[in-house]
Unconditional design. Sequence first.
Length: 348
Amino acid sequence: MNDEFFANIDSETLKAISGVSSVFAEMSSFSTCLGEVPNWGINALVGIDTSVGSAWVNPPSIDFGYSPTLIGLVEWGYDTTLSSVAGLFTSGFEKSLGSNLSIFANIFSAHNALQNVTGAFDVLRNQIPSILGVENLDELISHTISAEGGYLIRMYEWFLVPSLPQEFEDSLALLLDQNPSQAQIDEFYCNWFRENNFQRLCELIDGWNNPYFTRRKQAIQQVVEAHKMGWYDLSVHRMLSMIDAISFGFANSISPKQELSAWGAFQRLEERYIGHKLDFVLLRLTSYLIQEYVFLNTRRTPRRPILNRHLVLHEEDLNYGTEANSIRCFLLLHTLHYFISQSHWLVN
């Protein structure tokens, strides 16, 4: 942590956390977690080692000018550490029964030390927002996710997706740290869903149980088979129509209005969503992607995004049939399913 940042923290708080490093040294490993933050979000950007100095939050190529180490430490420590220590405590006890009592003693010592610094986590949680000039940590995390998502869209025309496994998010974050090419990012997404005879893609589709999707079950199954066969012209064309129809239909169900396009439908969803703040960030990013890329009015701009509904459906772009574009459509449908299946909507 940098000295300038520590200068803003009172001496009592510093004293309270002085023993945290030695506590962490007693523990073999910890999983990354941010409590109530949705699993699609900031977890992908957080890396935690077993020492205080190597905890970090680092969106690729983005410098926010704050000390992320402390944020990673406090949020992770506050929400995760006690439960992790409980597991290690039990593990240490079991090992000590048949081997060395020092294992039990070390775990017990770590557990007690951690109990002593729990109050320090509370103090730090309260101090960080004022030090960083934000209202609360949700605001900071929202800003981080928004920047990361915007970077992914603008640089690669890919996007953050809800409810994908932690393994996917971690691998994506590591890849982005290496400033990959467009081809490398495309291959990462495609390979993830291609492996084991498209097992992950099938599992993704199996979770689409909302009525807007089950009514299209046959079409979805045919789209999956077309994708497996490499018939991406067919899969992309059909899924863009689904995205249009489903977003339009749902937006009208919560706020009826005539002549609502898919572009306007996503704008309506953004206006009407009243769920978790961090989920709203994802919805806003998806809405941005829809408005500025997928459903961009290309008759009013020379821009030609990688995937654009008008160019595809009117066959002005005959090169859209790629594996990457097909996966983009699956993920857009998945994101749409995630949101319309929630109850957090202001219905008119």
